[in-house]
Design a protein around this ligand. Structure first.
Ligand SMILES: [Zn+2]
Length: 487
């Protein structure tokens, strides 16, 4: 007997197929029946008239490794309709780690684990509201094995790094990630990355990359990513595809053409995008502290700034004029202050036309890249990404249709990242589901007021348990750390 029946829903099943009206029942965490359901004695019956029932959204690009424990209710994700997150992106993962030390992801939580099995225990012990899938990060393993060494690894170091990748894959990671724009990833040559990418091939894992360059040398960076995928014989996920800097706007058309050409030759390549024209990340990574780029400094806003909380939400140029400094001097002033290196900034460097080009492409999935530091004013993508695609780009602008948007938030994401038996409204699949109002769904988080939950998301189920009910977080933590392609 089902425990939940959702009646009269407009079902968008995640495959891209046209919507249809029907009932869906949930039993023991799974979708039990789809169609006209007669059972009447159930714990919960939901009238879904005029609402869309879709598979729960999968945020394929997150930095939630630590947040699953620091904020297990994951309100910023659940309120968007997300039921799973992929962690360990951009080369920064919370595994491997040294017990008792800070992790080498963006959260820097104190690790009570060394490997993915230990991390899984710690996360599941926190009862997170959503599921997670892990990528093992190159920056993390390189820092562990080479500290700050800039040269190529010696044989022993390379072997140790390869062992970290293999162990993570054995324990259920979906692949290997890089952040080649960041330190220490930028010091790795293509051969080093390729050697490590090859270690995921026997497991059928993927190579997810924040590429070496996203501005003047974007196209060369795409070539490098495609080369690594081809040589290692694995699928490539290009992270947060973009062209930064005004002179590069429009280039995403060329890089998507490169992807299309590679796919036509048999390569497996997909991408993700967040629907905003600003990026965000650790400020220390974007500037040479001795000589900060004055042009970039013009378009920087501060998200979290432990050294100067009063600067949060403000543009560098405004702070600079107040301090009677140049923008570059202001960047130095912040980065050299105690805790200055923990500053997270927002860079207004992209073009709206490129966001639209990305969203139109059927190999582009949705990923927030949100950085879950809730103390400051995070980039609004942390709270708004999925409803923004559904409201602004589907309903208001007609950039893509709803079935296609849902597919690129669900089945495509699950197939590539190995979230088995998820991402489709199908009998026998896990009941990760979202119920939303297509006429209302919209982000309301802004750069000025970024921690606002979206509107139009009604209910969210994770593994059959109700995580979000009529705008309220139930605090039921039914999420799990998933294993790649495990039934
Ligand atoms: Zn990144």
């Amino acid at each position: 007997m089902p425990d939940t029946v959702i009646r009269n829903a407009t079902i968008i099943d995640g495959t891209g197929a046209p919507r249809f009206v029907g009932d869906v029942s949930i039993e023991d965490g799974h979708i039990a029946e789809i169609g006209e359901i007669s059972s009447s004695v159930v714990d919960l019956e939901v009238d879904a008239t005029d609402l869309v029932l879709a598979p729960g959204f999968v945020d394929v690009h997150t930095h939630d490794d630590g947040a699953l424990m620091q904020h297990p209710d994951m309100t910023f994700k659940v309120s968007q309709g997300c039921t799973s997150v992929v962690v360990g992106n951009c080369g920064f993962s919370a595994i491997p780690a040294v017990t008792g030390e800070s992790t080498l992801d963006l959260s820097g939580v104190e690790a009570s684990w060394n490997d993915l099995d230990g991390y899984r225990d710690a996360v599941e012990g926190s009862n997170p509201a959503v599921n997670a899938m892990m990528l093992v990060g190159h920056n993390t393993i390189r820092t562990l094995e080479m500290k700050g060494e800039r040269g190529a690894p010696n044989d022993r170091q390379l072997l140790r790094m390869r062992e970290h990748v293999e162990l993570a894959m054995q324990q259920g990671a979906c692949g290997f990630s890089t952040g080649l724009i960041y330190r220490p990833g930028r010091w790795a040559d293509t051969e080093e990355v390729l050697d490590l990418a090859k270690a995921v091939a026997p497991f059928g894992g993927i190579y997810a990359t924040h590429m070496r360059n996203e501005n003047d040398h974007l196209l060369e960076a795409v070539d490098e990513a495609l080369h690594i995928g081809a040589e290692a014989g694995i699928a490539v996920q290009i992270s947060h595809h973009k062209a930064a800097g005004r002179r590069n706007w429009g280039k995403v058309t060329e890089s998507l053409a490169k992807v299309d050409a590679a796919v036509a030759q048999g390569a497996r390549v997909t991408l993700d995008v967040y629907p905003y024209t600003a990026g965000s990340g650790p400020m220390v990574q974007y500037f040479d502290i001795n000589n900060p780029d004055p042009e970039l400094a013009q378009v920087i806003q501060l998200a979290s700034c432990p050294a100067f909380r009063g600067y949060e939400g403000r543009m560098i140029i405004d702070i600079a004029s107040e301090l009677d400094m140049s923008a570059s001097e202001t960047v130095q002033h912040i980065l050299t202050a105690p805790e200055g290196k923990q500053t997270i900034c927002i860079q207004h460097v992209m073009d709206e036309g490129d966001v639209v080009t990305n969203l139109r492409h059927d190999r582009v999935m949705v990923g927030s890249d949100g950085i879950p530091d809730l103390t400051g004013r995070p980039h609004p993508r942390l709270f708004g990404t999925f409803p923004r695609v559904l409201g602004r780009y589907v309903r208001e602008q007609g950039v893509l249709d709803l079935e296609s948007a849902v597919r690129r938030m669900t089945s495509l994401s699950c197939d590539v990242h190995g979230l088995q038996d998820r991402g489709r409204v199908a009998v026998g699949n896990w009941a990760d589901l979202v119920l939303f109002d297509p006429s209302l769904v919209l982000d309301v988080a802004s750069y000025e007021d970024p921690k606002r939950e979206s509107v139009g998301i009604n209910n969210v189920w994770v593994n059959g348990q109700l995580a979000f009910e009529e705008g309220h977080h139930t605090q039921i933590g039914a999420g799990r750390v998933l294993r790649y392609r495990e039934h």
